[in-house]
Design a protein around this ligand. Sequence first.
Ligand code: URA
Length: 425
Amino acid sequence: FDAVDLIRTKRDRGELTTPEIDWLVDAYTRGYVGDEQMAAMTMAIFLNGMTRREIKDLTLAMIASGERMDFSGLGKPTADKHSTGGVGDKITLPLMPLVASFGVAVPQLSGRGLGHTGGTLDKLESIPGWRANLSNEEMFAQLRGPGGVICAAGSGLAPADGKLYALRDITGTVEAIPLIASSIMSKKIAEGTSALVLDVKFGSGAFLKDIDKSRELARTMVELGRDAGVATSALLTDMNVPLGLAIGNANEVRESVEVLAGGGPADIVELTVALAREMLALAGQPDADVEAALKDGRAMDKWRETIRAQGGDPDAALPVARETHTVVAEADGVLVEQQALPFGIAAWRLGAGRARKQDPVQHAAGIDLHAKPGDEVRAGQPLFTLSADEPARFERALEALEGAYRVAPVGTPFTRTPLVAERIA
Ligand code: URA
């Protein structure tokens, strides 16, 4: 095959054959097809789309570019969750031990944050001693023992996706449904989980803002999972408002521990419980009482066990920022707006996120919200607190937050929209 012919085909809205897609992915992974050619191809796909058959072939070709794990020897069912990313989305932290407390192994291979969305590994690295990088042997031992693990995905899984994602990131071609669906599902199928629940976000803080696009992404991924023999379902969830009250790293760990202690913000509990129910149902336990496991300490015991197994001290103090800056309500009223994207960008500018892959994050940097949309507030009442190690960062964060929140006059009606909008199975 010739890369230029394949690019022309896609440019002119044609369909690539299975052997063409296999060749393209293999040749790109080995470096025979260059970045400039693949960039043209991803832009053609972004503009003209792909058929379901092409998306499936692309997914399979990316899986075939690397190793495939197999958990069938564990002797217990496996279930994983993937979120398309949001602001304040720390759900994996309480969810993993909650589901594992029911005897279902949870192989949660996770990533780091880039841009305004946080990364699960960055959050957990706030815990002194905790290690993200485990060997395959360590990961299997932990799934056999405690039954849950959150660790870095090794570069051996779908390496074609790693290369392609980095290219999409710098060529404006991330937001294409065929490319997102094949990227996520190639990693999850190669990981070898037998059940998968997708938390597909929509709204201002999600990278697909429009619910119709999110639904199409969810349907595509559910089909890809099914075709590969993975029991897959998806929830479409609202990412217009940050999840919970904490945005950052250490503060998100703190909030997750509150949920595991039976408390925590209502939205975090709601989403954790909804996703746990989905995972357990797909793993053969549709009647599991997940709320009870949060209330009676089983999920917390599992959290402590899994954190310790990865070298972390669940009792250690978490880092605290050197400086804080609190913003208060100027008048009595109702908080009617709190936009996820600017709050995510502000937390990122405070140091909670990174601009380049190799940058470190500041674990104590972030934002603590003191009120959520719908709450009544009094003049002078704190709305949120920014935390950073360098006070110079506050100004840029506050710039991002201009117009991102609004207190309306007392008595202004406020209607809450559902957090879980739809279920796709
Ligand atoms: N997450 C992924 O893993 N891949 C994408 O393409 C987008 C989000």
